[in-house]
Design a protein around this ligand. Structure first.
Ligand code: ASP
Length: 343
């Protein structure tokens, strides 16, 4: 016990220093204009199926998330704080598949995944399969800043959360919503009569994962992603969202958060591949993101979307599904939200 205590203390001190550096107010004039891009998930989102009221409420939530993240950036805060602030708003909204409103697993419970990464020092944290964490993105941050690890899963992640009073806990039923319950029933109706190794995975089993990528006044990029995963998932299935390089990536010049059919995002290392194309091939952010989302993922049979942001403030938001909830604030301060293709 005593042997363990010393390294843990050292880790705690080091972690505190990393945190202080990541969220400090930059001194002197800003060198970089700030920018922010967010998503609330890609999937089957048809104009006809979305009522005017739902659409307005979703756009309002996206706007609130942009407000929260952008306020951090204009106050001189760090990209990581901004990305987390935006994601937390969407986790707290019942309209997205993250935090409150997460999809149901096959057994009628919710298992949540989240990850984040800070580009300038490649620090990262993630959790998978957590069941009582109100804001999984905050536990992912705690993993990054207060543990020597990157990814904690299941009961172990919950035990880690037990050590930190500031991580809000909720009963699993907190995540319940009628809409997600109905989606579970539809998915379970569809799979009746199928063998377990040939379950139909069709449109509508996912969408609503949330994410944010921010560029701060120091020119630093951070990305964050949070999800309930896929409706009717079983066997402790984990998708791309908590996996650094698949669902989330940030480096010195590029950051990405993905949403879509996670198995294909893992197999394509989607988030990392986009930024690697920018770094190694000199591709523009848009070309890199389009190649991965519109060609590589569909070529294997997958679909989905991503948001990407580079150090110059360029934003890309490609998706191969019928819609993707998204919002952005450009370096010049212009901003918008969109849901459907062609907006
Ligand atoms: N990518 C997520 C997963 O596979 C789902 C989503 O983006 O909606 O878990």
């Amino acid at each position: 016990m005593r042997l363990l205590a010393v390294p843990l203390l050292v880790i705690a001190v080091m972690s505190t220093q990393v945190h202080a550096a990541s969220s400090q107010t930059p001194s002197g004039a800003s060198k970089h204009a700030v920018a922010l891009v967010i998503h609330g998930g890609a999937g089957v989102i048809e104009r006809d199926a979305l009522s005017g009221g739902d659409e307005a409420a979703i756009r309002a939530d996206l706007d609130r998330a942009l407000d929260a993240g952008h306020a951090v950036l204009v106050a001189g805060g760090g990209a990581l704080d901004a990305a987390i602030a935006a994601v937390q708003v969407l986790e707290d909204s019942p309209r997205f598949n993250a935090g409150k409103g997460a999809v149901y697993s096959a057994d009628g419970t919710h298992e949540l995944d989240a990850s984040l990464m800070q580009g300038f020092d490649r620090s990262a944290g993630a959790v998978a399969g957590v069941t009582t964490i109100r804001n999984p993105i905050l536990l992912a941050r705690a993993v990054m800043e207060r543990s020597p690890h990157v990814l904690l899963a299941g009961a172990g992640a919950e035990a880690f959360a037990d050590l930190h009073d500031d991580i809000a806990r909720v009963p699993n039923s907190y995540f319940d919503t009628e809409e997600r319950r109905r989606q579970l029933e539809i998915a379970q109706d569809r799979e009746r009569g199928h063998a377990l190794d040939a379950l139909p995975t069709v449109g509508g089993t996912y969408f609503g994962t949330v994410g944010a990528v921010a560029l701060d006044a120091q020119g630093r990029i951070a990305a964050a992603t949070s999800t309930g995963g896929m409706t009717n998932k079983r066997w402790s299935r984990v998708g791309d969202s908590p996996l650094i390089g698949a669902g989330t990536w940030a480096d010195e010049r590029c950051g990405v958060s993905g949403t879509g059919w996670g198995e294909f995002f893992i197999r394509n290392a989607v988030a990392h591949d986009i930024c690697a194309r920018v770094a190694y091939r000199g591709d523009s952010l848009r070309d890199a993101a389009d190649e991965v989302l519109l060609r590589r993922v569909p070529a294997l049979g997958g679909d989905g979307g991503a948001i990407a942001l580079d150090v110059d403030g360029n934003i890309a938001m490609p998706f191969s599904t019928s819609g993707m909830y998204r919002g952005w604030v450009n370096p010049d301060g212009t901003r918008g939200t969109a849901i459907f293709r062609g907006e």
